[in-house]
Design a protein around this ligand. Structure first.
Ligand code: ATP
Ligand code: MG
Length: 159
């Protein structure tokens, strides 16, 4: 599935709808250059997962992982500073991956080898200052659900 977001607000809404569709144990890999909107999309997913609105969701670039309670807990990883999956393996990443939350990983291409087959992969690209392309691929069941939820942007229409 390919979407074009024309604003930060649209990316938040796309994220919210994705978050609504996610279930405990789901893993979301975000791939995209600096500023492509990975954290913005995660902030939307946090809303969709029922993370309290007053809790700021920030990039865990230095802390590696942030956890947020919600309808389903959000485990947000940013592996930008890791050299590869070994670092995560040494830390016992299974506790994060299989701890019952939804796991969202920024810079997931760095740890491709340890991503499960059923990972939802979202590639984000910077097209211009306000425009981002999102390419979403994942297990058929999840994709069917997302097609339904994302088919109409309503008043906040994406392409
Ligand atoms: N359509 C859009 N979707 C998402 N963000 C947008 C869009 N248009 C502009 N922006 C801006 O682009 C920036 C995206 O930053 P964000 O931190 O989400 O990127 P990132 O991919 O997480 O970067 P990093 O690799 O540094 O973690 C924000 O400042 C946001 O306001
Ligand atoms: Mg980020």
């Amino acid at each position: 599935m390919k979407l074009i977001s024309d604003s930060r607000e649209q990316t938040l809404e796309i994220g919210r709808r994705i978050g609504n569709a996610l279930a405990p144990g789901d893993i979301v890999a975000l791939i995209g250059e600096l500023g492509s909107g990975k954290t913005c999309l995660t902030q939307g997913m946090a809303k969709g997962l029922g993370v309290a609105e007053n809790v700021p969701v920030v990039s865990p670039t230095f802390t590696l992982v942030n956890e947020y309670p919600g309808r389903v807990p959000l485990v947000h990883l940013d592996v930008y500073r890791l050299s590869g999956p070994r670092d995560l393996e040494d830390m016992g990443y299974e506790e994060y991956f299989y701890g019952g939350g939804v796991v969202v990983i920024e810079w997931a291409e760095k740890i491709r080898r340890i991503l499960p087959e059923r990972t939802l992969v979202i590639r984000m690209a910077y097209l211009d200052e306000n425009t981002r392309e999102l390419i979403i691929e994942g297990p058929p069941g999840t994709m069917a659900e997302l097609e339904k939820r994302l088919e109409s942007g309503g008043s906040n229409s994406w392409r």
